[in-house]
Design a protein around this ligand. Structure first.
Ligand code: ADP
Length: 379
């Protein structure tokens, strides 16, 4: 029986396990939260922090291959595992080029992959000079640790420079600036490479964010054929450039005149790929597991138009779920609840997917169900 270790026991890890249990694989997770989402279905759970080197090595010693479900982990721990001969996918080398947003953009640029103009910022003085090159608005970002827009500040005028600099740690964290891209659409493309070098690309997904958190993904994306081709080409070249084994998600900006620019990469299954569970012949989770075990990849094709909507916390309370009876009035809807114990504002609690004959119908069903689902203190 194959044994797989996952660093992180959140919803992405949980969905990997759910899919791979069809093959009866054995899972060991490492996560500091005893009741994290994947805890209820993992075979073993090492309760430890992501910077606990000994615990990371213990995880590696128990399994055939180690993977991870989020990228803010210690690259040195992955390197140590590799030095000791354990298999880790994506490799520490891949993560090294992706983890820091500035290094990631530099690597993309060096491989002729299109990115917005960017620059490293080492002091407030350098930031004050940035508008000469980038104009306004410009985007200040922390190079490490950001997610769901935390770690970004858009600067519209000279008066906002100091506040933005201070809001992102006043130089205590590495910073970069980017030219603001007046995009028409945000899309993502998921690509997977197995350890034998075979590559499969999923359909392009169109993403709408609310408060910098992904709200809805619709597939197929409504973008020009030319933009689709560019995105496909970027996906294939990025996988090779980063020597990425397993799933790689590439978030892209598409402008009005058809330009396609890379915003950022994630070396793992991604929120914008949840739609593949019901929408595609092979899900991103199954594909990831096949890839890291060196198995042939599955067909990533879209079965029917599909919409995914996140269930995001709107208040702080216990995570008692309500509204399933009403939500399931929509017969094409599938509801996923991650099993987090408490709700907080902006926290991803679950998601809803519908595949239907048309995108409009899938959207209608997902939004109806979404309105009915809520969490409260009451059982
Ligand atoms: P995170 O890592 O927190 O998801 P991102 O760098 O992806 O942060 O940015 C979050 C959102 O901010 C993006 O989805 C996009 O809407 C917006 N954004 C980021 N960079 C730019 C940019 N250069 N131009 C315009 N909008 C941007």
């Amino acid at each position: 029986m194959k044994k797989i270790g996952i660093v992180g026991g959140g919803q992405l890890g949980k969905m990997m396990i759910l899919d791979a249990k069809r093959l009866d694989y054995y899972f060991v997770i490492l996560d500091p939260t005893p009741k994290c989402p994947a805890d209820s279905i993992a075979d073993e759970h090492i309760v430890a922090g992501f910077d606990d080197m000994d615990a990371m090595l213990e995880l590696a010693s128990k399994v055939d291959v180690v993977t991870y479900e989020f990228e803010h982990i210690n690259v040195k721990a992955l390197q140590k595992m590799e030095e000791k001969g354990y298999k880790v996918y994506p490799s520490s080398e891949t993560l090294l080029h992706i983890q820091n947003k500035y290094d990631q953009k530099l690597w993309l640029k060096q491989h002729d992959l299109p990115v917005p103009e960017f620059e490293e910022i080492k002091s407030l003085d350098e930031l004050k000079k940035a508008p000469e090159r980038f104009g306004y608005p410009l985007v200040l970002k922390t190079c490490t640790g950001g997610y769901d827009g935390k770690g970004n500040a858009v600067i519209h005028s000279g008066e906002e420079i100091v506040t933005a600099y201070e809001s992102l740690g006043a130089g205590t964290l590495p910073l970069m600036v980017e030219k603001f891209v007046p995009f028409e659409k945000e899309v993502s493309i998921l690509v997977c490479q197995n350890t034998k070098g075979e590559v499969e690309v999923f359909p392009i997904a169109e993403n709408v964010h609310v408060n910098s958190i992904l709200d809805e993904t619709t597939v197929p994306a409504v973008v020009s054929e030319q933009a689709k081709e560019k995105a496909m080409d970027i996906a294939k070249r990025a996988t090779k450039a980063f020597k990425a084994y397993g799933m790689l998600c590439i978030e892209l900006f598409v402008t009005k005149d058809g330009e396609v620019l890379v915003n950022e990469l994630a070396p793992r299954p991604h929120n914008s790929g949840h739609y593949t569970i019901e929408g595609c012949y092979t899900s991103q989770y199954e594909q990831h597991i096949r890839a890291i075990l060196g198995l042939p990849l599955g067909n990533p094709g879209l079965i029917r138009p599909t919409v995914m909507k996140n269930i995001i916390g709107t208040k702080n309370c216990k995570a008692n779920l309500h509204g399933l009876n009403e939500a399931y009035q929509m017969s094409d809807v599938k509801i996923h609840i991650y099993g987090k114990e408490t709700v907080s504002v902006g926290r991803k609690m679950g998601h809803i997917t519908a595949s239907a004959d048309t995108l409009e119908e899938a959207l209608r069903q997902v939004r109806y169900a979404h309105e009915k689902i809520y969490f409260s203190e009451e059982e």
